[in-house]
Design a protein around this ligand. Structure first.
Ligand SMILES: [Zn+2]
Length: 495
């Protein structure tokens, strides 16, 4: 009996000692470890499924994907924070579908025997214009520089050149780059928009356009039913200059340097064929879920986790947009799930905001800023755009908002250990990110991305094959810790 008791005591002592030595795991850290690359990859795959047809805002397929996301938010116990107590914040968004039957070809003369046709290759040499009119046009090509008419600046690419019934070849942006600084670029700002250029081409009577942009898809443009255009790559542009005695890069450099147009008739003839359908009455939505804070005062402040749900839709083929931006929506979902399923309590509120129509002119975020759920002066945004590739994490605007950035750095140094970099984001004159819209509206914002492996941008190659699930998992862990620490911080995070 005595031996038995001694043995029992020994066991109890050993167990107690072990219990003392073992430190309890912080519930926040253990919640962070529930974030799994397996979930994240699956959510990317679901968004990229053909049934959502590339998630072009305005389409029924986009809205079906939005419903799926809302049902996930609902399952995790978030509160709907869209229009009238629903998950959705609605806005008008016209859209265009581009079908298979498209082409670009060059008519080459073959002496007395007429001509031969050179067909350009879809994706590598051209992409259809995502908001092109439907039909076919064959015409001579006129090089029209930047396609800008700016009398107030004494600049007109169309001066002294007749483009009626012709196909123009024009450049994106403006002769003055946004990097030249706000003072120099601002007068050109309006003219640098795709929309301004397209409508200016229509106004001058052009029948079509080779836009030296890409070749990538981009549904952020105006629409004119009679105007057909494509995004041409270098191979097409170089062919238009071939035999003219002019060098494309030299012509461009000279326009920029002298701010003097250099338009000319190329002597080339091309055919543009586009098969499109326009839907002027499209309606789209952003999806909004709320996790209310538990502090009576601090819960009136909000950390918005943002990522656009939409992509290119159908541009000849369906473009899945795995990195841009299914990856970021998946990471947002990972954070939402880890917070809710582990019952992590935060003093501040968190809004999960999946924007619609980022790709069609950053429309969803503009609409939210006009109809915010929390006052904008009590909001900050942690946005993500393209967080599914590579091994490094970057964020725009950390140096603009050091009081936010320190939370990110701290979480990375302690737990995530990824190469991490940030910048001072100064190019607000040309918002091309949801985050830039927020910053322009006075809302502090960081915009995350990842980099360091092959990427395909706005082409069908942006699919599951390029996704690195492990960087998504680390991005989600970094964001999770950042949100928890910011959410419970007693001091000011909003200056
Ligand atoms: Zn994007």
């Amino acid at each position: 009996m005595k031996i038995r008791i001694t043995l029992l005591l020994a066991i109890i002592f050993t167990v107690a000692l072990n219990g003392q030595q073992r430190k309890t795991i912080d519930p926040v850290i253990s919640a962070m470890h529930t974030i799994s690359s397996h979930d994240l990859l699956e959510w990317v795959a679901i968004q990229c499924d053909d049934k959502y047809a590339g998630r072009l805002t305005g389409t029924p397929e986009y809205q079906a994907c939005a419903e799926w996301l809302a049902s996930m938010f609902e399952g995790w116990g978030l509160t709907p924070a869209g229009d009238n107590g629903t998950w959705f914040q609605w806005f008008d968004i016209p859209y265009t579908l581009v079908y298979h039957d498209c082409g670009v070809s060059l008519h080459l003369s073959a002496g007395k025997n007429g001509s031969v046709i050179k067909d350009y290759k879809y994706v590598t040499e051209y992409m259809p214009g995502s908001t092109s009119g439907n039909g076919e046009v064959t015409a001579e090509v006129v090089y029209a520089g930047y396609g800008i008419t700016a009398p107030e600046l004494g600049y007109d690419d169309y001066a002294g050149i007749d483009v009626r019934g012709k196909i123009i070849l024009i450049e994106p942006e403006a002769p003055v780059s946004p990097n030249a600084g706000a003072e120099k670029f601002t007068p050109w700002y309006h003219h640098s928009f795709h929309q301004t250029k397209l409508l200016n081409a229509v106004k001058h009577g052009a029948a079509g356009m080779l836009y030296n942009y890409g070749p990538i898809a981009n549904p952020n443009n105006a629409w004119d039913g009679n105007f057909i255009y494509v995004h041409a790559g270098n191979a097409v542009t170089e062919d238009m200059f071939a035999g003219t005695g002019k060098d494309h890069q030299q012509v461009l450099a000279s326009i920029r340097e002298k701010l003097k147009p250099a338009s000319f008739i190329t002597g080339k003839k091309v055919t543009l064929k586009m098969s499109t359908q326009h839907f002027p009455d499209g309606r789209g939505s952003s999806i909004i879920g709320l996790l209310k804070g538990n502090d009576p005062e601090l819960s009136k402040e909000v950390i918005i986790i943002g990522a656009h749900l939409d992509h290119m839709g159908r541009c000849y083929e369906i473009i899945p947009g795995a990195n841009d931006n299914a990856s970021a929506v998946a990471v947002m979902m990972g954070v939402a799930k880890a917070l809710t399923e582990n019952n992590i309590q935060l003093k501040r509120s968190v809004l999960f905001l999946a924007f619609g129509a980022e790709e069609q002119g950053i429309v969803g975020s503009k609409h939210y800023l006009e109809n915010p759920y929390f006052p904008l002066n009590r909001s900050i945004l942690l946005n993500m755009d393209g967080v599914g590739i590579g091994h490094s994490i970057g964020a725009n605007a950390g140096l603009n908002y050091p009081e936010l950035w320190k939370f990110v750095e701290e979480a990375n140094d302690k737990y995530v250990h990824r190469p991490l970099n940030t910048n001072f984001f100064s190019n607000l004159g040309r918002p091309r990110l949801d985050a830039a819209r927020f910053m322009t509206a006075g809302v502090p914002a960081l915009s995350f991305y990842t980099s360091g492996s092959v990427n395909y941008y706005h082409v069908p190659g942006d699919n599951l094959d390029i996704i690195k699930p492990e960087i998504m998992e680390d991005m989600a862990k970094l964001l999770f810790l950042t949100v928890v620490n910011m959410g419970n911080y007693e001091g000011d995070i909003i200056k």
